[in-house]
Design a protein around this ligand. Structure first.
Ligand code: DP6
Length: 349
């Protein structure tokens, strides 16, 4: 988390406390994917993952304690949240209250600059922002590692959005408390490597199967899952070396094979989970054509049909053109490395 401000004893601090603290976090895209949990309650991943935090599509979340209220209220993009999204936020608040030894209900207001549930990592930015805002609201003094662990309890990918740039999330060792303490993200300093990620928005609608349900089904039924999890270890070793060399071609090749392998595990689940749409495949063809034309461009996809294309910043406009040519219905947004989760400053109120 970056804290780039000092609050004075008066003025901004009073205003912030009136409304409750507000935190901002950005989504991250995994270059080495997390897919599958070995503990569903504690949200402990089976595999380590490595991601790039983006500078687009932030989530902004305010947590205001409301001692007079009987229950928590959760507002998502101006509308009261219902069902599972509401339950996940309330369960997270329960956890924070337990850690802080507090009981007051809270009013949570979350705004996403990205379509929620469309495979664009809104749960990563969402729970990273909620972890920072809720920890502050309930008076928990957590360092970045502890915040990352906490964010993981909301959504494992959120553990990585606590940090800017590149972050590695440890799957952790052991079971129970040992697993909980050892599963968190940490920054991976990568000097002189700042690629662009051209995001092809193929379909911004909510997904048919949640990533949570899909990964459970994959772990339980896909004969390919264990093989992918094992190969992911080698991918991570290779990825760290490639990042260290600032080798975009190698980073892209490893990210692409890791993502396609993850989707292969889902396609082999019973019944199959298929997030990739015809437009996704058209974008993948466009990426291959760019490579044939000598432009290093590599694709990765998460739990949705959108494609993120890694490339040199100088090639981003050409890559966007190639993607749009291949899949004319989609829209593109170009992202770069972004910042870690942070409290909003008094000046930004
Ligand atoms: C495909 O972090 O959304 O984006 O832990 O169940 O909340 P939960 O899942 P989530 O899964 C993200 C999976 C992924 C790959 C990744 O981001 O590593």
């Amino acid at each position: 988390m970056s804290t780039d401000h000092e609050w004075g004893p008066t003025g901004p601090q009073e205003r912030v406390l009136d409304r409750g603290p507000t935190a901002i976090a950005h989504p991250n895209i995994a270059l080495i994917k997390y897919w599958g949990k070995r503990d569903e309650r504690l949200i402990i991943p089976y595999v380590d993952s490595l991601s790039m935090t983006l500078d687009v599509f932030p989530t902004t979340t305010t947590v205001r304690l409301d001692p007079a209220a009987r229950t928590d209220t959760v507002t998502l993009d101006g509308t009261p949240a219902t069902g599972e999204p509401r339950q996940r936020v309330i369960a997270f608040l329960e956890l924070v209250r337990e850690m802080a030894g507090r009981t007051e209900p809270a009013a949570v207001d979350t705004r996403n600059a990205v379509p929620t549930g469309a495979g664009l990592a809104s749960s990563a930015s969402g729970f990273a922002a909620l972890a920072v805002a809720a920890a502050t609201a309930y008076g928990l003094d957590l360092d970045d590692t502890a915040l990352s662990r906490l964010a993981r309890r909301g959504s494992a990918s959120a553990a990585r959005s606590i940090f800017g740039g590149f972050a590695l999330c440890h799957a952790g060792q052991g079971v129970g408390a040992a697993a909980d303490i050892s599963s968190y993200a940490e920054p991976v300093p990568v000097p002189d490597f700042a690629p662009a990620l051209v995001i092809a928005l193929v379909n911004a609608g909510p997904k048919a199967v949640s990533s949570r349900a899909a990964m459970r089904r994959t772990v339980e039924t896909s004969p390919l899952y264990q093989a992918w999890a094992a190969s992911s270890k080698d991918d991570l070793t290779d990825m760290r070396a490639a990042l260290g060399r600032g080798d975009l071609e190698a980073v892209g090749e490893i990210a692409e094979r890791n993502a396609l392998g993850m989707h292969a595990t889902m396609l082999a689940a019973r019944p199959a989970v298929r997030y990739l749409s015809p437009a996704t495949v058209a974008v993948l063809d466009g990426v291959l054509q760019l490579r044939r034309d000598g432009i290093p461009a590599y694709a990765t996809m998460d739990a949705g049909p959108n494609v993120k294309v890694l490339c040199h910043p100088a090639d981003a406009a050409r890559v966007a053109e190639g993607v749009l040519g291949a899949a004319p219905g989609c829209s593109v947004v170009t992202a770069r490395c972004g910042p870690g989760a942070r409290l909003r400053t008094g000046a930004e109120q």
